[in-house]
Design a protein around this ligand. Structure first.
Ligand code: FAD
Ligand code: NAP
Ligand code: SF4
Length: 711
């Protein structure tokens, strides 16, 4: 009989063989082969091996990473959080970790942020515990003290040193106040136990208070909590030790340890190992891996971080402790999670946003149906960016996330016949939601594939995860028996059989009124991204919005075969951890093209991009010598290039190609045609066809959901 380890390597050999044959060109065939291989070679067997913690067992190796949702502070928020976490427990997550809860007033990230410092918070937290336990799950509460990352008056830190991301100087804690912080951590852990949690996670990474004690740059104390590395880690050790003493042995204690600080003067590998061993000795049950401080100028979770880029870091901890360890960051598929375990990099895998994107990620993997998973595309648009905008978090690809109580797809009592025209994000989502409600749906698409503009987005370097969304819809539309007519440009079709016609025909590129706009050197972003247009070496991009930035990234990117190496070299990350903080000099390739990106507004380019990703795009393009010009007015385009004015000073950009990325206009011609042809039909517009201004995929999918809920 073939043993477990052998089956996996046999599978690997077959996959390698197929890759050599260049079968990926035939994705359909590869899909069948993979699904066959997965079925016969016990798919994800490591992911679904229970983890024995001695006093308790976790049913699988998936830890749902901590995410703040803003429900923690919303009216009725804990009832809604109970539904949110309960659903993830129903979806078979092995161990859930809640968003960070502060142990005291000074530890809050902002004045209104949730804390647990006395019995008054226990009852509402019990709602979460009950919901998770009733689904057979396990849940730990994260205790987070912001330290100098607090955006509130009571901000404290080991030393009075301001961070680069908060415009407030913290007060240095006195010796007695340090004692108080430790005792408050302990108090909160006891309260969490009272609430019914299975354990707590101590947030010791991402640059929060505990990290601030550990790093020399932020801890310049001369008492027993400062000085040598061994003294600076005592704060962390004392918290774990005292919590363990008070909660007893049968309570999970996860410590989130900063394995790679990604800041100057951060910990060395040797120091990380010393800390991990001390934390184990102090009584931790599990060590979770933290990657980077919030003030680090290195992307750690955004879409340009290659999947699994940081996963191997956890191995350095795992090899030096005996308790289970958890790998983290940009692990978004069960295949990747399984390979992390197979490589022995960690004993568990943390996924946070992937469980926003699909509450039943784990259950679907267990059922060996990875193609049915709604995969997180790491856009941050509806989760992290919402948090920064003080909105309730959700998910771009799953608008039900964190809205489980208000957004259920209830079966309709009066099924309707619905024609949907256009299979972009709006049309696909509407078709799926309407079919899930019991309506009979026919989806028409003029091109040969579903996906609309996502077929362009997926070509952008760092956005290949958009392919997952297309795969997800392909699977779900077929599963829900939605009739699809591709290559069907709806104009004269007979739609009289339908009760409702949903126009989801998207938007068209806006062509600005500039003299010479029809010059042969002017091309559309569509033609650039599909390869239909040739692009020269000197390029001007008109428009510095989301698409302008994406096109600039596309035109300055050289293909690399080792994405993780290229990412690490570009951003100066020492994944081998031979340097303090894991930073090394950046090594960026020089693009062959000279790019100018222009906007009329005087504000900084890319101001409309997401708070958590805009800085990455700006840095990336600046490093590639892209000239970003604001306050531009366009004079004309001719053989010489693009003539512009910047603050009334004329300038010629001697470019050979001009790419227009100047926004979009709605493509809704069909609405009037349908109204005239079918006066009795109900006609609706969604997505770009409804409003192309400020439209993105999140808005398109939200539009689709609202209409599907209303019919
Ligand atoms: P579309 O995606 O335009 O889909 C409309 C569909 O209707 C098309 O498939 C079209 O072929 C079809 N159609 C049109 N007319 C007819 C007809 N007469 N008959 C049949 N079918 C018809 N948004 C984000 O939120 N985040 C991002 O990171 C992001 N990145 C992007 C990157 C690029 C390069 C581009 C181009 C866009 C990006 N977007 C992003 C924007 C996002 O893709 C759009 O907002 C979204 O696709 C709009 O969805 P929609 O369904 O309204 O329209
Ligand atoms: P956009 O973000 O609104 O940007 C349009 C750009 O065109 C602006 O820079 C604007 O700047 C310029 N412009 C507008 N009218 C113009 C005119 N008449 N002449 C010259 N320039 C003009 O729109 P988009 O880039 O087309 O993107 C479409 C949607 O997709 C947006 O909602 C965007 O957020 C979304 N998207 C998001 C991402 C992402 O990563 N999150 C990526 C791609 C797309 P001035 O008016 O100052 O000139
Ligand atoms: Fe992932 Fe984007 Fe959803 Fe956030 S909004 S969970 S990053 S897909």
């Amino acid at each position: 009989m073939v043993k477990f380890g052998q089956t996996v390597s046999f599978k690997r050999i077959i996959i390698n063989y197929l890759l050599k044959l260049r079968l990926p060109a035939d994705l359909q065939l590869l899909k069948y082969v993979m699904s066959f291989l997965n079925t016969i070679f016990c798919m994800y067997s490591r992911l679904f091996t229970p983890l024995d913690l001695g006093f308790t067992q976790l049913k699988n190796r998936v830890l749902m990473g901590s995410m703040h949702t803003n429900l923690e502070e919303a009216p009725n928020g804990f009832k809604r959080l109970a539904s949110f976490y309960g659903l993830r427990a129903q979806g078979d997550v092995g161990l859930i970790v809640t968003g960070g809860i502060s142990p005291n007033l000074e530890g809050r990230l902002a004045p209104n942020r949730a804390l647990m410092s006395d019995q008054s918070a226990v009852k509402k937290h019990a709602l979460i515990c009950d919901a998770v336990h009733s689904e057979g799950g396990k849940v730990c509460m994260q205790i987070l003290h912001a330290g100098r990352y607090a955006y509130q008056k009571q901000i404290v830190a080991p030393s009075a040193i301001q961070s680069t991301i908060i415009p407030l100087t913290p007060k240095a804690l006195t010796f007695e106040e340090v004692e108080k912080q430790i005792n408050d951590f302990v108090n909160t852990a006891i309260l969490a136990q009272d609430a019914g949690y299975d354990g707590v996670e101590i947030m010791g990474s991402e640059g929060y208070l505990i990290n601030q004690f550990i790093a020399q740059a932020t801890n310049q104390r001369d008492d027993k909590w400062g000085g040598s590395y061994n003294q600076r880690i005592q704060f962390a050790i004392e918290i774990v030790k005292r919590i363990r003493q008070r909660v007893g042995e049968n309570f999970i204690l996860i410590y989130r340890l900063s394995a790679i600080d990604l800041i100057k003067g951060g910990s060395s590998l040797n120091e990380v190992i010393i800390l991990a061993q001390a934390i184990e000795k102090a009584g931790a049950t599990i060590i979770n891996t933290g990657i980077g401080w919030h003030e680090s100028r290195v992307p750690t979770i955004a879409s340009m971080v290659p999947p699994g880029a940081f996963a191997s870091i956890s191995e350095k901890i795992k090899n030096n402790v005996t308790i289970p360890t958890v790998a983290s960051n940009r692990i978004n598929t069960p295949e990747l999670a399984e390979s992390v375990l197979e490589n022995n990099w960690a004993d568990m895998v943390s996924m946070a946003r992937p469980l926003l994107a699909d509450s039943h990620f784990v259950a679907k993997a267990k059922q060996k149906k990875p193609e049915s998973i709604n995969t997180c595309i790491a856009c941050n648009q509806a989760c992290l960016d919402h948090i920064f905008e003080n909105k309730i978090a959700s998910c771009l690809v799953n608008p039900f996330a964190v809205h489980e109580d208000e957004r259920a797809l209830v079966k309709t009592n009066s099924p309707q016949h619905i024609a949907v025209i256009g299979a972009g994000p709006a049309g696909m989502s509407f078709a799926l939601y309407a079919a899930q409600r019991g309506h009979k749906v026919h989806l028409y698409e003029k091109s040969s594939r579903i996906g609309g503009q996502f077929n362009l987005a997926k070509e952008i370097p760092g956005k290949s995860d958009f392919n997952h969304t297309l795969r997800y819809f392909e699977y779900q539309l077929s599963k829900h028996n939605i009739a699809i007519s591709l290559d069907t440009n709806v104009n004269s079709q007979d739609l009289s059989a339908f009760d409702h016609i949903v126009v989801a025909t998207g938007s068209a590129p806006h062509s600005p009124k500039i003299a010479g706009i029809t010059h042969p050197k002017v091309v559309s972003y569509h033609d650039v991204l599909t390869g239909a247009a040739e692009v020269g070496t000197n390029v001007a991009i008109i428009g510095a919005g989301g698409i302008g930035f994406d096109v600039a990234e596309f035109l300055t990117h050289d293909q690399s075969f080792d994405q993780i190496k290229e990412f690490a070299d570009t951003w100066g990350i020492d994944l081998s951890l031979q340097t303090n903080g894991g930073l090394k000099p950046q090594n960026r390739s020089t693009p062959t093209r000279k790019i100018y990106m222009l906007q009329r507004k005087i504000r900084k380019p890319g101001a409309s991009l997401g708070k958590t990703t805009g800085w990455i795009h700006r840095t990336s393009l600046k490093e590639k010598n892209v000239s970003m010009l604001s306050g531009v007015s366009y004079d004309k385009i001719d053989d010489e290039g693009l003539h512009i004015n910047i603050r009334k000073k004329p300038r010629l950009l001697p470019v050979d190609t001009i790419v227009v990325c100047a926004g979009q206009v709605k493509n809704n011609k069909l609405v009037n045609i349908c109204k005239e042809t079918y006066p009795n039909a109900n006609i609706h517009t969604i997505g770009g066809a409804n409003n192309a201004e400020k439209l993105d995929a999140q808005k398109a999918i939200e539009d689709a959901l609202h209409l599907a809920l209303a019919l």
